[in-house]
Design a protein around this ligand. Sequence first.
Ligand SMILES: CC1=C(CCC(=O)O)c2cc3nc(cc4[nH]c(cc5[nH]c(cc1n2)c(C)c5CCC(=O)O)c(CCC(=O)O)c4C)C(CCC(=O)O)=C3C
Ligand SMILES: [Fe+2]
Length: 378
Amino acid sequence: MSDSRTRTDRTPYDALLLLSFGGPEGPEDVVPFLENVTRGRGIPRERLVEVGKHYFLFGGVSPINEQNRDLLAALRKDFADHGLDLPVYWGNRNWAPYLVDALREIAADGHRRVLVLATSAYAGYSGCRQYRENLADALAVLAEEGLPELTVDKLRHFYNHPGFVEPMAEAALAALGTLPEAVRDTAHLAFTTHSIPVAMADSSGDPADPARGHDGGAYVAQHLEVARLVAAAVADATGVADRPWRLVYQSRSGAPHIPWLEPDICDHLEELHGAGAAAAVMVPIGFVSDHMEVKYDLDTEAAARAAELGLPAARAATVGADPRFAAAVRELVLERAATERGSRPARCALGTLGPSHDVCAVACCPNPRAPRPAAAEQ
Ligand SMILES: CC1=C(CCC(=O)O)c2cc3nc(cc4[nH]c(cc5[nH]c(cc1n2)c(C)c5CCC(=O)O)c(CCC(=O)O)c4C)C(CCC(=O)O)=C3C
Ligand SMILES: [Fe+2]
């Protein structure tokens, strides 16, 4: 088989589904969206009222859907430019366009074997199994409706893929460049991600995964790996070898007596200021694109805290629809297709943890409440 053919052979897959979280697109969407997200989650009412305010501050519009439309366009363009003939669909877990409608459309278009790109780069219940549970639920709806059966596989976690890490490193450098020149070489890097319950972090990943063995499970290990990779790239580009950095958290919810990952970004900024730090760059490595967590928790709340403290601070852009990320998705699609055909393609990954598994084990990223059916597992 010729080289160019292998580089466009997506057999056995018929379609790619971009699967995301979803977000409201106007004030009237906010409350029903939050109800969708938090059904059965035991999130305190005060927290929901508070989070609703974040959305209303931005006219009830989350940036996430626009970002996904851009990513969809970037994927279609990249596939077309590289001769990869694979239709791309989009569906969300919590808001329109809904996952179940996307699967109905895929089935109606005659596709049967679907690869899924979830817009979540890391292991963990929220970023992995929850997407697969929602896939199982949606597939069950199709089955009830007597629609043709779809087989669904999920792409491996891409946190350590160069197409994800390199745009992040470049964004961190660009953010550093917006700081006053006098503090650029001494600015700290604050890598931020979504806080999750400590118990959920500890059980994240496959029990057989080397990353799971780390303190904090695969979720923390994978974020530390990305933080290290980005910090090293920034050191290379700036010639500042000993720039301090730390992995910190944001967007905590849940009851106060349940331990979640800490420190919070705002507490961290205070600590940096107290310790005499000159400046900080917040790098939202936990978010694939701009979400409300980025717009509110970082650009609004954390930025205000930094201003109060008089600490110069900047926020790095998210990867979003960067063409390198779109190209990485194409590589991941072709890699997985080749694997399914029985070959052993190169599996690109930076750092030391290695490429993530293709198929989740049954014990991977367990549901913290009760086991439920999940798609795309062994
Ligand atoms: C790890 C993680 C990611 C990253 C992986 C991924 O991307 O999936 C993520 C993404 C997102 N989370 C989002 C929104 C929300 N998450 C909530 C609640 C929670 N998130 C959690 C974790 C995560 N969340 C957890 C452990 C909870 C507690 C309840 C539960 O166990 O589920 C709540 C309830 C209110 C609150 O408490 O904040 C909301 C509104 C949006 C959309 C934003 C927008 O509209 O732009 C996105 C992309
Ligand atoms: Fe969340």
